[in-house]
Design a binder for this molecule. Structure first.
Ligand SMILES: *[C@@H]1O[C@H](CO)[C@@H](O)[C@H](O)[C@H]1NC(C)=O
Ligand SMILES: *[C@@H]1O[C@H](CO)[C@@H](O)[C@H](O)[C@H]1NC(C)=O
Length: 413
């Protein structure tokens, strides 16, 4: 995954847009990056128990009224879903059902549908889930020519997770949401084991703020971490995400002297909330501006594998168009355990994600008055709490108080 660029209307001139931090749009350059102002971030330590309670109730009410839909991004070229064990598939009782829209690609569609069928939709009704495919775009060579996969077929690749906007619109799924009374859309990537799907607290906060988009963020763990961060585009401008590959070294490590912390510290972890109204606008804007990131990849062609460019839109491209965005800090150990690399890699593996889940749930159990025994060291194991028993650690006292659980094991009613 060498060099990313970001350009518009330039796909015949890809080099023009692939300078570090070089952002092009038809309207000209985006304003230079500034740190996100404090007033645009809700930080963990600022939240009172009353805030959390109020947001939780407000969010739950909106969910029970059928105003929230969930979009899961499960496209791309990977086959991760089939080999991992998705968690957090839950549906609160006594409410209107939450409708789930699942974006696949030509590469993941079949395996994803079969996976849901074989797991009986994780307790959801089959008609509560809508699968749809993201689009594909032609791959081009460094000098801007189409790469041919066969003598009569252009090589194509999925259009990136930002293809979700065009796909929702062209498949009339935004209209489908509207006809169901949906007002808010929770959007997340398939590779985060700790995701809190349809988080009522986040939704309540979103509604109270009255914004058109929001993102959960975590603090960057260390300056060189390979994550995109939020910036503000000029004073008072829109919030937007800069990928790590588009940041120079100075920006990556810059410290705010008065706080002693990184100036650019709010990592994007692909946990987004949008108003349906905004989603209706953004697909048009992205299409009009033809915003693409370039990724240099090996592409299968008539001449065997050749280096070429894939064009992708990113889910966070939408923030550039949002009239109002707010960030909501969450704790990494509670909400972000990505699966990006194979077991045995240094980080973000199925094993590391599984361990983060076991540790979090073990803390819930202990906080609820339970005890753990274990035959391997506790830092290597833990217990898993069924999502049908608790969403985020609540309501566990009755099950756990005074009881002893042997790790590893699963705890449910
Ligand atoms: C440093 O952080 C403080 C507090 O968040 C902020 O008010 C100030 O503008 C920041 N300074 C710079 C140079 O970013
Ligand atoms: C990674 O290891 C776990 C066991 O800890 C196993 O369940 C899983 O299938 C492995 N995943 C891959 C992709 O090898």
């Amino acid at each position: 995954m060498a060099g990313f660029g970001f350009l518009a209307l330039g796909f015949l001139f890809p080099r023009a847009g692939s300078v570090g931090g070089g952002f092009f749009r038809t309207g000209g350059y985006l304003a230079p990056a500034e740190p996100v102002p404090e007033s645009s971030v809700s930080r963990v330590e600022e939240r009172s128990p009353e805030d959390k309670e109020r947001w939780w109730k407000k969010g739950l009410r909106a969910i029970s009224e059928g105003k929230l839909a969930v979009v899961l991004l499960a496209g791309g070229q990977g086959t991760r879903l089939g080999s991992s064990d998705p968690k957090g598939c839950f549906s609160p009782r006594n409410t209107l059902p939450i409708h789930w829209y699942i974006m696949t690609s030509p590469f993941t569609d079949d395996v994803t549908r079969k996976f849901f069928e074989s797991r009986k939709y994780f307790g959801l009704e089959a008609d509560q889930v809508t699968f749809f495919q993201q689009g594909t775009l032609p791959c081009v060579s460094d000098d801007g020519r189409f790469i041919m996969e066969t003598p009569y077929k252009v090589a194509k690749a999925p259009d990136g997770n930002g293809g979700v906007y065009a796909a929702l619109k062209s498949k009339k799924l935004l209209d489908d949401m509207s006809s169901r009374g949906v007002k808010y859309v929770d959007c997340y990537g398939v590779d985060n084991v700790l995701v809190r799907v349809a988080d009522p607290t986040f939704l309540g906060y979103f509604i109270e703020k009255g914004v058109s988009s929001a993102a959960k963020v975590v603090r960057k763990a260390y300056p060189q971490e390979n994550v995109g961060v939020f910036v503000q585009r000029g004073r008072g401008g829109p919030l937007s995400v800069v990928e790590y590959s588009e940041m120079d070294a100075a920006m990556t490590t810059e410290i705010n002297q008065s706080t002693g912390r990184l100036r650019y510290c709010w990592s994007n972890v692909c946990l987004h909330m949008f108003s349906l109204e905004f989603l209706n606008q953004v697909a048009n804007s992205l299409e009009k501006d033809s915003v693409y990131h370039l990724a240099q990849k090996k592409i299968p062609s008539i001449h065997g594998y050749t280096m070429g460019l894939k064009l992708e839109q990113f889910i966070f491209d939408a923030f550039n168009y949002s009239p109002s965005t707010t960030l909501f800090e969450v704790l990494r150990e509670e909400e972000f355990a990505p699966v990006k690399n194979a077991n045995g890699s240094a980080y973000d593996t199925p094993d590391s994600a599984k361990l983060m889940l076991l540790r979090l749930h073990s803390r819930w159990v202990v906080a609820a008055g339970g005890f753990l025994t274990h035959s391997v060291p506790l830092y290597m194991t833990g217990v898993e709490v069924s999502p049908l028993s608790s969403y985020a650690g609540e309501n566990l006292e009755a099950i756990c108080r005074g009881r002893t659980f042997h790790a590893p094991s699963e705890i449910s009613f």
